[in-house]
Design a protein around this ligand. Sequence first.
Ligand code: MN
Ligand code: MN
Length: 468
Amino acid sequence: MSEENKKLDSLKEKLFYTQKHASEKISDDETKKADEFCDGYIGFLRKAKTEREATEYFVEKAEKLGFKPFVRGEKYKCGDKVYLNNRGKAVILCVMGKEPIENGIRLSAAHIDSPRLDLKPNPLYEDNELAYFKTHYYGGIKKYQWTAMPLSLHGVIVKKDGSKVKVNIGEDDGDPMFVVTDLLPHLAAEQMKRTLSDGIRGEELNILIGSRPFSKDEGSEKVKLNIISILNEKYGVTESDFLSAELEAVPALKAVDIGFDRSMIGAYGHDDRVCAYPAAEAVFSVTEPRYTAVAILTDKEETGSDGNTGLNSSYFKYFVSDLADCFGANYHTVLSNTKCLSADVNAAFDPSFPDVSEKMNASYLNHGVVITKYTGARGKGGTSDASAEYMGKIRALLDENDIVWQTGELGKVDAGGGGTVAMYLANLDIDVVDLGVPVLSMHAPFEVVSKLDVYMAYRAFKVFAEGK
Ligand code: MN
Ligand code: MN
């Protein structure tokens, strides 16, 4: 290479923005640490497939680490650890910092609900001697992906006397599973003419749950009777108890390594447990952070954050208000000085579907944690567009700590779009930007992430929680 070319190359190196595979930037030792961290993440994925199970997991772990339920009016000091369990479906983890609370919180906010099939309030029926549950899907799904795949059932049934039955069937070896059936190709000529979005319709997402009659006696609905009598024997419930239940059908698939090189993880519900787990682990890892470090693991993001366990409700605001009271501080000041990472996933560039991405601004698997300045749709509608100033702070923080990161946009302009909880926090006068893990097949029953990206997300949430 001529001297002149060398000069040009070094000038490009200095002036151009380029993104590289994380492996080019990190040591073998760090790759090993990433793999180890992800073993923990896979263990979590196998235990916690729903918002209730994730809340239970985080609360249990928090208690083991010395976190105590948050008490209004209590006097707290630096290093004290508290949690707030919101109705068993969302949780706030908090470690008190050195700086006065008025100087704000370092907040990571992820969601622990994922797209799934919810049972309808009155779900059980028999049709042609087969028993089914009727469902209403939750969140954005491609309905055709949810047929002909083993499903498990998670949730709770609340009986008339107020007692609660926990349900988790289809995850353990030997458990029965459930399935939504689909037409055989031989007879699907008419169905195949439907569009992909209409290929399976909402009212066709009926889950097969039984086929044997209760007895040999004459009579109708004997298969249904058999199912409800099994449920009555096992849980003490009758059909009307479904009216006060939350039962969620999710893929009965275990989180596993993907690829000959084991570089990726395939699982149901990476969105957004792949950010919730590292964000929680980051807060678990700090002891006396500079600023009070908080992780919110919230519910209802996939349906727009409404509802009292979602971030469009006031539960986080009330927590901050109560926390400010504990220190005799003004709560508006606490919120206004709070900095937030909205911990959510981005769509990784998929080489099989390049047309929906704009390559210069897409995120890529293995290029590290993604900063997403804005999401939204139709000209940045429905998003909080992070300020240049805040973007500047976060990119400096990541660079100073050798965290591999990239920028990302959710698809081409006008290709579609989406949202995160960022705007609900921004609306509280908090500086916020989306930061998370790129995902392939997002919202499918089985999503894929890279282990290096998951680890970089953890490192990012950790330096942020430490108040660096
Ligand atoms: Mn998400
Ligand atoms: Mn989502």
